[in-house]
Ligand binder design. Structure first.
Ligand code: F6P
Length: 325
């Protein structure tokens, strides 16, 4: 049997795009770590900060009043250098020098790739917490930030709806989600949008325009169409519809607005549970793993398996969106 390494000090970092709830996860990691009498080090600016030795000690008060704050107090970054062996070697040397025995990584698929390399190639004990608004990771029903991002998009779309109805226009709303259509599908259904475009299906502009024209003949005055950034750009969709129908169309890109704001209750709960679970996984010698919650139960899988997610919500959501328009 492999001997459990002695863990006296853990590091924690946020990496990739921030999401609401990352601070709540950080708070839980720090306070759970301290309650198990571990030392906790906060690594600034993700893997890049690790390479550059930007590390601060974390006490219980370092994470006061952050459970409700969006973004991350540790800051975050995408590091090209860390994707190289040389960069990883520098990061490992810093971990050794600073006496950090295990690392908690809060981030999405790119961050998991890094955490997986640190474990597999360099033998550094790592644990991943799914922090991304995209909800594109395997092994968890939801990722931290996606609930809030959906609510933020709905809030914006409800406002656009007022002007869409008043001016009798077609609006194309572009939402984030990287290569995944998850956010777009959920947002479209919850917003009562007429249609949705996602990277998982080829857009059918002919069908879309035929529907708009048929609807208009029956007295429909405004349209709300949600597009995923990885599916089609809002400007392109708007221009295509105008070219094909002659109807006035406007594009709204929600973009980074979706990443900000106070995390909602569901995101805080998920973050808090997973932050504690990360520390407990380390104490149990469970490394190279990604944490999640499935049907309210903690779920632990290898980091490498968490990186690809096939969402199975699309057909059902699409059917409802189109039935109810
Ligand atoms: O992964 C989170 C995310 O917000 C994606 O939805 C989006 O494609 C990407 O990050 C944007 O990244 P950046 O902030 O680097 O432009």
């Amino acid at each position: 049997m492999k001997k459990k390494p002695r863990i006296g000090k853990i590091g924690v970092l946020c990496s990739g795009g921030d999401g609401p709830g990352m601070n709540a996860a950080l708070r839980a990691v720090v306070r759970a770590g301290l309650s198990y009498r571990l030392e906790v080090a906060g690594i600034m600016r993700g893997y890049q900060g690790l390479i550059e030795n930007e590390i601060v000690p974390m006490g219980p008060r370092s994470v006061s009043n952050i459970i409700n704050r969006g973004g991350t107090i540790l800051k975050t970054a995408r590091s090209a250098e860390f994707r190289t062996d040389k960069g990883q070697a520098r990061a490992v040397a810093v971990l050794k020098k600073r006496g950090i025995d295990a690392l908690v990584v809060i981030g999405g698929d790119g961050s998991y790739l890094g955490a997986s390399s640190l474990y597999e190639k360099w033998g550094i004990p790592t644990v991943g917490i799914p922090g991304t608004i995209d909800n594109d990771l395997h092994g968890t029903d939801q990722t931290i930030g996606c609930h809030t991002a959906i609510n933020t998009a709905l809030d914006a779309i409800d406002k656009v709806r007022d002007t869409a109805h008043s001016m009798e226009r077609i609006f194309i709303i572009e939402v984030m989600g990287n290569r995944s259509g998850y956010l777009a599908m959920e947002v479209a259904l919850a917003a009562g949008a007429e249609d949705v475009i996602v990277p998982e299906f080829k857009p059918d502009y002919q069908a879309l325009c035929t529907n708009i024209q048929a609807g208009n003949k029956k007295g429909k005055v405004s349209w709300m169409i949600v597009t995923a950034e990885g599916g089609a750009k809002a400007e392109v969709v708007a221009q295509t519809i105008t070219n094909m129908t002659g109807l006035e169309t406007r594009a709204v890109v929600l973009g980074h607005v979706m990443r900000g704001g106070t995390p909602c209750g569901a995101d805080r709960l998920l973050s808090t549970r997973l932050g504690v679970a990360a520390v407990e996984a380390i104490r149990e010698g469970n490394f190279g793993v990604a944490l999640g919650v499935i049907r309210d139960k903690l779920n632990i899988i290898p980091l490498a398996d968490a990186r690809k997610r096939d969402n199975d919500i699309y057909q059902e959501r699409l059917r409802l969106i189109r039935m109810l328009r």
